[in-house]
Write a protein that binds this ligand. Structure first.
Ligand SMILES: NC(=O)c1ccc[n+]([C@@H]2O[C@H](COP(=O)([O-])OP(=O)(O)OC[C@H]3O[C@@H](n4cnc5c(N)ncnc54)[C@H](O)[C@@H]3O)[C@@H](O)[C@H]2O)c1
Length: 252
């Protein structure tokens, strides 16, 4: 029987309609959490909510774009209005797009910053007063793109490097208040995000090859297991960590 480490805990997961976020929401549910699931994809969210309902997990959902600060604030408020508290925030929403640096438009740049980095900041800022009350925890989805430079991936690397350093900074600023903040840095994971990757015309295939792991890609459930661990009391002494899970991709 699965251990119920999150019984009586309230968890908010962004990016919960698909891939790693969906696997994370389902895993928290198995361990007893009540959930607020969030995503820009409303129909995907409804499907996940139906799965949670079927297993008897208390859940609410909120469809919004994490680059919208007002919507981020509203999602946190709705969580606390419904459940009376917030114990764990998982910032998982994000997307990737490979492009030659000189072809990145201002719109491309602002959009990726907004979703992948500002969204994590807005959600964390608004959740923090509630997390202080519960001595809660944040887990942010960074990437191997946080720790190594990647060709044709400058926008994504810039945002994910930012997510890692935002996480570490919050870990330091709030450690004395009992808050833990960690990031996870996956390499390739089998999700719609990687299935939709398209290689830019004229790309150097030697450089493209460095984006892929030495062994098979991870499954979203394997990353979700690490999210749950970092959010749990088993990881009481882990904060400010950026946990790389990449099948040795960045070790060589
Ligand atoms: N798949 C990988 O190889 C990989 C590797 C490293 C990091 N990551 C990161 O993991 C996270 C989850 O990605 P995934 O692989 O599960 O991909 P995914 O596409 O399956 O899931 C991402 C989810 O984020 C949601 N989303 C996108 N933009 C949004 C927005 N503006 N507002 C709210 N929700 C939004 C999507 O609708 C989707 O449901 C992302 O932050 C991604 O950058 C993925």
């Amino acid at each position: 029987m699965t251990e119920k480490r999150f019984k009586d805990k309230v968890v908010l997961v962004t990016g919960a309609a698909s891939g790693i976020g969906k696997a994370t929401a389902l895993r928290f549910a198995e361990e007893g959490a009540a959930l607020m699931i969030c995503d820009v994809n409303e129909s995907g969210l409804k499907d996940v909510a139906a799965l949670l309902d079927a297993q008897g997990t208390e859940n609410i959902f909120f469809a919004f774009d994490v680059s919208d600060p007002e919507a981020c604030r509203a999602s946190v408020e709705q969580t606390v209005d419904t459940y009376g508290k917030l114990d764990v925030l998982c910032n998982i929403a994000g997307y990737a797009r490979l492009k030659h640096l000189t072809e990145i438009t201002d719109t491309d740049w602002q959009k990726m910053l907004g979703v992948n980095l500002s969204g994590v900041f807005y959600m964390s800022r608004d959740a923090m007063p509630h997390l202080i009350k519960t001595k809660g925890s944040i887990v942010n989805m960074a990437s191997t793109a946080s720790v190594v430079g990647q060709a044709y991936n400058a926008m994504y690397c810039a945002t994910k490097g930012g997510v890692m350093m935002l996480s570490k900074s919050m870990a330091v600023e709030f450690a004395k208040q009992g808050i833990r903040v960690n990031a996870i840095c996956p390499g390739a994971v089998n999700t719609p995000l990687t299935e939709q990757f398209s290689i830019p015309d004229g790309a150097d295939m030697d450089l493209i090859g460095k984006l892929f792991p030495l062994i098979d890609a991870a499954q979203p459930e394997e990353i979700a297991a690490a999210v749950i661990y970092l959010a749990s009391s088993d990881a009481r002494f882990i904060t400010g960590e950026a946990l790389v899970i990449d099948g040795a991709q960045t070790a060589c």
